[in-house]
Structures are given as C-alpha cells and as structure tokens.
Design a protein around this ligand. Structure first.
Ligand SMILES: [Zn+2]
Ligand SMILES: [Zn+2]
Length: 580
C-alpha cells in the first residue's frame, strides 16, 4: 500500500468512526465538542484532561456552581512522558479541591507540580493513599532531578539552556501540608454542591472508587469514577465495592480487550517459571511496581517456600530503597487487605517477608547483586522505563539462563513493552543488548480488573448510566465501549480535552442502543466527502509540520489501531468463509 493511500485509509477510519460516535452521543448525552457553545441552564460539567485513549496521565476536571474540583492529577509515563512538560490545562489557583483515587503516579504524580504552580487547596485521599503518595512523590522528585541534570548536561554541550525538574523535594514537602485523609464509606462535603464517598476499589492498598454527587440550582447529578479497579477474584485486596446508581460512570479500561488467567492458573504459571529458573540455576528478574505488585510477588514466593517448592537458600533481593517503606505501610493497614492476607497475618506469618529476603537500599549493594549468579531480584520500575531494574536487565538480558518475569502492565513506548513484543535487540541505558533471556508474562497477577471483571462491575448499575471509557489504549477502550453498547448501555470513548455537560439521568434521552449500522449508499457518499476532506487536511499537515504535535500523532496512531482491527476482522471473516 503506498503511503498516501495508507494515510487516507487511516484518516477515513478515524474520522468516520469518531464522527458517528460524536453525533450519536451528542444526542444521547448532551455532550458538546471542545470549543462548542455551552448548553444553557446547566453549568455542571466534566472535562477529560488525561488518560483518554491511553493508560497514563489521569486527570479530570469537574465544574459545579462556579467551583472546580480535580479528580486525579497524574503523570504521563512511558512514551507519552514528554507531555508532562506541556503547561497545565487550567490555572492551578482556580482549583478548589483535588480528589485522588489511588497513589499510583499516573493518578497523582502531578499534584506537587500543581502546588508548585500556585495551588493551595486540600488534596483528599484515603490514609494509605496519602502515605504512599509521600513515598512515591519523593522518589519522583528525585528521578526528575536526575533527569533534568542529565538533560542539562546534554544541552550545555549543544549550547542550549539548562532544564528545570518538573518539581523538587521542597515542592513535595509543601504539598504534604495540603493532604486530607478520608475514610472509606464516609460522605464528605468537598465544596458547596459537591459531596464524595470513597469506596474500596480493590486495586492497590487505599485505592478508591469515587461516588460524587453534584448539585446546582436544584439539579443533582451523580458521577462515579471507577479509578483503577481491582479484579473480582482478588488475592491481595478486598473486592471492588458494588455501586448501583449513577448518571455517569467514568470507567477504566486497561484490560478492556483482554481476560487474565485465573489466580490458580497464574500461580501455577509463576511456579513453573521458578522451576525452570531453579533448573537453569540462573537469575530471575522481576520488574515490579514497588507498591502492591512487589508485595504480591513476595507473598507468592513465601507460599512457595512454605510448600517446599522454593528452597530457602535462594536469595531474594527486593532492590528498592522504597521497598521497606511501602511494605511497612501494607503491614500497617492489613485490616484493609483481603481475608486471605489477614488470615496469614493472624497466624503470625508476615505475609510479605519470605525467608532470605534482602531489602537493598544503597546503590553499591544493588550493583553487588551483579556478581551473584543464582538469585531472585525484584526491582522497579515495573515497566523497565527507569529505576534499578534497568542495570539488572543490561547485565543479564544477554544470558540464556536469565528469566525475566513480567507481572504488570507494560505501556507502549517502554522497554518492558519492547521486550514482551519480542525485540531481539534492545537499547538499555544507552547500550544495545541482545535478548537471550527467557521472558515470561504472568498477567493474572495484575492488580487490574480484566475485561470480564470490568463488565461484571459495570453490570451492577441499575440506573442505566452513560459510561465514559478512559484509561486504556484505543483498542482496549473501544472494545469495552462496544461490549457495553451491545448490552444496551451508552458508552463513549472520549478524546483528550472532551467536555461533557452533566445532566440528570431522567433528562438524558435513552433509546435502546445498538451497534452502529451503516447504510451502504449513505456510507458511499460520506466516504467520498471524507476522502476529499482528508486530501485537504493531509496538505495542511505537511505544510505546518503538525506531525510533530503529539496530540495529532496520537490521533493518527488511534486511526492505525482501528485500521489494524478492521484488517484483523476482515482476515478472520475471510478465513471463516473459506472454511465453509
Ligand atoms: Zn493504578
Ligand atoms: Zn492507572
């Protein structure tokens, strides 16, 4: 396919689908396009300012009666991290309050930046969330300092000015003064016209689903933010709370197109990996988020030791200066964790401390692990985009007796993703390394709900809300939205910056929803006019070099995904036809 035609096809798919979507949803939900005229008589609204058709950068702005409240204020991670340096979409001093669903940096990592730029209001979260934020933000400030110094040295050699870190440790310390802890299940008034209830989301310690009631001139709207949802069959946390009523539900879709294996299967998979590693007498590297996934892996290792499957003499290194602190927070709040973990603790067995566990603090100790041939090493970051796991990978990926076990989500643009996508040579810390190690993905250890878990949670709603599907790559979000629509539910995959006017459910026209059906003649006409439009757009894009614009690029990438999905569908249809 030549490039021009390819581009035409991509844009056709993206334009066609999104316009259909917008027209349909506009009628149904009172949603308006960015920059459109506000609908009279209603000022309650939601703006999607992050995690739209991607998994990181969660950030939503609620407006009610002249007040502005943020839900999450997260960093972009992986390939999208350049976005962190673009100016915020709002004046921080115009924000009245911030609500945090959970501690992960893609939901909270920009709060210190908000404070640095003038925010002085309260930041609400559950107590464990705020305790974990304290640790994660300090670490983020440290990483940003190192990144900025590295970039500045590079700039200096080119004669460019130095760069500033996003925020510093001092900004983090100032931010801590604004933190306000709330308990699960209490209804709290945040500003006039906005009340919130934090419910357990079962994702990581302290994670919350937010039930938010907005009220303005006698109209009340209820919004639910799923936050990141845990699986229905949990090991570490309590089950995600059931919520039954809402007008709008903002739902995550990380695994909107994928089901995990069961806990039992995943456990067996992990054990099989360990058996291979014991046979090879090599090293196991487990890139892991220091919060939650690390504790889960430590717990699994402990169970293996108890069962006699993992000998007590294989050293386990938790190579993270934050590791001891996060584990301590988990131990402090054991009563919020699953009954299984609580039971272990009641028996007096420390669930997160297997035998031979060494928590590594200093860099020298971390480097010393290189000379140990047979060991299990847990280190961050979970997606291999930084942190100590990078040097372990650099020193071990080329060895055949190394096993790398991925236990969490790997976002596009990260080293972890390149590895699981099968790259044979990868660039690690500036050096090309060939990949000879054996790679394993245990996605049943995920702290995220899978596709059927998400649909189960969504099916609890009895009020037929409109679902706004966020926090997923386009294929995942679209797949979840399509399944919700098939169930007869309104579901929208928003664009970045999209705004929703919030009206009570009774005012939202609710017809039976069916998957879009395209009439042939109309479609042909539409295709012709769209293709003409594309021609013009393509010319402008070339002239203005807009392809450097990450927002434009992300739209084109979404189009590519849609095209790939269409191609796959066509192929499988043809295959099915030929078998008949
Ligand atoms: Zn999360
Ligand atoms: Zn997340």
């Amino acid at each position: 396919m030549n490039d021009h035609f390819y581009f035409r096809m991509l844009t056709y798919f993206s334009t066609h689908f999104s316009i259909e979507y917008i027209l349909r949803t506009e009628r149904k939900t009172g949603f308006r396009k960015k920059g459109g005229k506000p609908i009279k008589g209603n000022k309650m609204r939601l703006r999607v300012l992050g995690a739209a058709q991607e998994v990181t950068g969660s950030n939503y702005l609620l407006e009610v009666d002249g007040k502005r409240v943020l839900v999450d204020c997260g960093l972009y991670q992986g390939g999208a991290s350049v976005e962190n340096h673009t100016p915020l979409d709002y004046d921080p001093s115009s924000i009245d309050a911030v609500l945090l669903t959970h501690a992960h940096l893609d939901h909270t990592g920009k709060v210190p930046l908000l404070v640095k730029q003038g925010y002085k209001g309260p930041v609400y979260g559950t107590r464990p969330t705020l305790e974990l934020c304290d640790i994660l933000w300090r670490d983020a400030a440290h990483i940003q300092k190192e990144d900025a110094e590295w970039q500045s040295r590079k700039n200096m050699r080119k004669g460019f000015p130095p760069v500033e870190p996003l925020y510093t440790l001092e900004d983090v310390e100032r931010t801590l003064e604004y933190l306000r802890a709330v308990s699960y299940d209490d209804v709290v008034e945040i500003v006039d016209g906005l009340r919130v209830r934090f419910r357990d989301a079962g994702h990581i310690l302290g994670s919350a689903i937010l039930e938010i009631w907005l009220k303005e001139s006698e109209e009340e709207v209820k919004m639910v933010f799923s936050g990141d949802l845990g699986p229905q069959e949990t090991v570490m946390e309590a089950n995600p709370a059931v919520v039954e009523d809402a007008d709008f539900v903002v739902i995550e879709s990380t695994y909107g197109n994928r089901n995990h294996k069961t806990n039992l299967e995943s456990r067996e998979e992990f054990r099989q990996t360990m058996r291979e590693m014991l046979k090879d007498h090599g090293k196991v590297l487990i890139p892991t988020f220091v919060v939650d996934r690390a504790q889960r892996v430590l717990y699994e290792l402990k169970l293996m030791q108890q069962d006699g499957m993992l000998p007590d003499n294989v050293p386990i290194y938790f190579d993270s200066p934050m590791g001891a602190k996060t584990t301590a927070i988990y131990n402090e709040h054991i009563s919020l964790l699953s009954s299984e973990i609580q039971e272990e603790a009641r028996k007096g067995l420390d669930p997160f401390t297997p035998k031979q566990l060494h928590v590594v603090e200093s860099v020298d100790e971390s480097k010393a692990i290189n000379s140990i041939k047979h060991a299990i090493v847990l280190a961050g970051s979970g997606m291999c985009s930084g942190g100590r796991i990078v040097h372990h990978l650099k020193n071990n990926l080329f060895r055949e007796d190394t096993h790398v076990v991925f236990v969490g989500y790997q976002a596009k643009g990260t080293l972890g993703r390149r590895l699981i996508d099968g790259s044979k040579v990868v660039r690690v810390a500036g050096e090309e390394v060939s990949v000879k190690a054996k790679l394993h993905t245990i996605n049943g250890f995920s702290a995220h709900a899978d596709r059927s878990d998400l649909l189960t949670w969504a099916s609890n709603f009895k009020t037929n809300p409109v679902f706004i599907v966020i926090h997923g790559e386009p294929e995942a979000s679209n797949a979840l939205a399509a399944s919700l629509q098939e169930e007869g539910v309104s579901a929208i995959v928003p664009q970045l910056g999209q705004e929703f006017v919030l009206t009570p459910a009774k005012e939202i026209a609710r017809k039976p929803k069916v998957a879009p059906v395209f009439e042939r003649e109309t479609l042909k006409k539409k295709a012709a006019s769209i293709l003409e439009e594309i021609e013009k757009t393509a010319e402008t894009l070339k002239l203005e070099r807009d392809l450097d614009n990450p927002v434009i690029m992300s739209l084109i990438v979404s189009a590519e995904t849609l095209l790939e999905t269409a191609k796959e569908k066509l192929e499988s249809q043809r295959e099915a036809m030929s078998k008949r």
